[in-house]
Design a protein around this ligand. Structure first.
Ligand SMILES: NC(=O)c1ccc[n+]([C@@H]2O[C@H](COP(=O)([O-])OP(=O)(O)OC[C@H]3O[C@@H](n4cnc5c(N)ncnc54)[C@H](O)[C@@H]3O)[C@@H](O)[C@H]2O)c1
Length: 467
């Protein structure tokens, strides 16, 4: 009898150990990357506010396909001055001056001709903000140099590609007390802003799962990137190297580092089929080492038990999609391929919302009710800027709303909509998905980039001047 008891106890304890290992509370098999200690004498920039700027004086670096439109948008934003323009290519700088001339503004100082002409722009003492729209490898070095020279920085997506770059941006922003914002324009599209507002009013209940993606067949664009930088990067780097368009809006819905944080990720990709063919077409070389798969998927889990799925595919013919889909305990929203909402009937206040008989828990609300809800929950940013944004444009207006908000917050001494920790969380998917893929899709722990402050702010909110 004693022997049987010992045996039972052993089986029981083995069972406890193995149950412990398979429980979703343990991360014993996940790969952990280093979280460097915050350097002494340095504080977090969570909620950073800087002295109000009456006029935001801007220098632009990188005037290829993306940069010149940003310059044009700034000519429509009150309280700004375009001080300097920089690109390696002289003609790109000269051509961009036309937007200032058209707006009857003085021409900007010009920097061009060498790989590091941009340094002189950063060294000027009459610039507050350096706006960077170059190829990816230049983003972080330029941003670091600009912050070291007393400038706020706004960096195109993705701002950084390695953990070293990400921590360097965080540490430099914390030490210099300068804003370091990634220009994630997809957080400002009309449907996203309105849906975020609905989410903040509780219409979807507890949001448990969000999907986002960058599915954009770049077939028409590959030949136009300066010196083929983008295809070259795809050749060299495996993983989701362009996750921020899908992830940014997802993280805002889930209050990431405002009460929750991404804890673990797992990635899987297809083999690279289209990349080598593109290389043959544009570089005329047969290669067998193209790294980036045609399709990459990354799943994440948060501290509070929420999940995120992000897809990346810039290779195969598919309709453009950033997905933007959320599942909550009371409702659902989806942007691509069609914008739709679904709610449990009790999720909506039926006194305010007519046509409530249209509601059931199995199909989306009618087009009419969707329109009414979108009008009722129109985000204050959209309410204020919609007309102007549609006129000025930039992906239909979202780029204008992003730039306008950046200037508004700088002029009013408010925390920016997106801080350096957002940048870090959205950019780290590139190096960490690569790590997961290279280890047979192993789970990888996502560092807490706030170094202990992810739960300090309760809920994501845009800042406004108090009336
Ligand atoms: N948010 C969006 O919707 C969106 C859309 C398109 C591109 N982007 C991003 O914008 C950035 C630029 O993309 P693009 O399509 O304009 O590429 P591009 O190749 O057309 O332009 C890059 C420009 O940077 C310049 N450049 C490179 N090195 C430089 C240096 N050392 N000094 C000064 N200028 C330098 C090049 O001459 C070129 O004009 C990328 O980060 C890209 O991911 C974002």
């Amino acid at each position: 009898m004693k022997k049987i008891n010992v045996l039972l106890a052993t089986i029981l304890s083995l069972c406890v150990v193995s149950c412990g290992l398979s429980s979703n509370k343990t991360n014993s098999r996940a790969i952990e990357v280093e979280t460097p200690l915050r350097p002494a004498g340095q504080e977090s920039v969570l909620g950073l506010v800087t002295p109000k700027l009456e006029t935001v004086r801007v220098g632009f670096i990188g005037l290829g396909m993306r940069g010149p439109d940003a310059v044009k948008r700034f000519t429509y934003i009150p309280g700004t001055k375009v001080v300097a323009l920089c690109d390696i290519e002289k003609d790109r700088v000269e051509n961009t001056q036309k937007y200032l001339v058209e707006a009857q503004l003085p021409k900007a100082a010009e920097y061009y001709g060498t790989e590091d002409a941009w340094k002189a722009l950063c060294e000027r003492d009459d610039i507050d903000l350096v706006y960077i729209a170059t190829d990816w490898k230049n983003h972080t070095p330029m941003a670091l140099y600009a912050m070291e020279h007393g400038k706020h920085v706004a960096i195109e997506v993705p701002a950084a590609h390695t953990m070293e770059e990400i921590w360097a941006l965080i540490n430099t922003s914390e030490r210099t007390r300068k804003h370091c914002m990634m220009l994630e324009n997809c957080c400002y599209d009309f449907f996203e802003l309105t849906t975020l507002n609905m989410a903040q009013h509780g219409l979807f209940g507890d949001i448990l799962h969000v999907e986002g993606s960058y599915i954009h067949n770049l077939e028409d664009f590959w030949p136009y990137y300066h010196n083929n930088w983008r295809l070259d990067f795809n050749r060299k780097v495996r993983g989701d190297i362009y996750a921020t368009h899908g992830l940014g809006p997802a993280c805002q819905l889930l209050d990431i580092h405002r009460g929750d944080r991404i804890k673990t990720l797992v990635s899987m990709d297809t083999k690279a089929v289209t990349g080598p063919k593109l290389w043959k077409k544009y570089v005329n070389e047969d290669i067998d080492d193209f790294q980036n798969g045609d399709m990459t998927m990354t799943m994440m889990r948060t501290e509070n038990g929420k999940t995120i799925l992000i897809d990346h595919n810039v290779m195969t013919p598919r309709p453009y999609s950033r997905m933007y889909q959320l599942s909550g305990t009371k409702g659902f929203a989806n942007k691509y391929p069609i914008e739709q909402y679904l709610f449990r009937p009790e999720a909506l206040n039926t006194d305010e919302v007519p046509n409530h008989e249209d509601l059931n828990a199995h199909r989306p609300v009618s087009e009419e009710l969707k329109k009414e809800l979108m009008e009722q929950y129109k985000d204050p940013i959209v309410k204020e800027l919609e007309q102007m944004a549609k006129k000025v444009g930039g992906h239909g207006g979202m780029d204008f709303m992003m730039d306008y908000r950046l200037v508004y917050c700088l002029r009013n001494g408010l925390p920016l909509d997106m801080d350096v920790y957002d940048l870090a969380e959205w950019c780290c998917i590139a190096p960490l998905s690569k790590l997961s893929l290279e280890n047979g899709s192993a789970p990888v722990m996502v560092p807490d980039f706030t170094r202990g402050e992810w739960n300090k702010i309760k809920g994501y909110r845009h800042a406004f001047v108090e009336e």
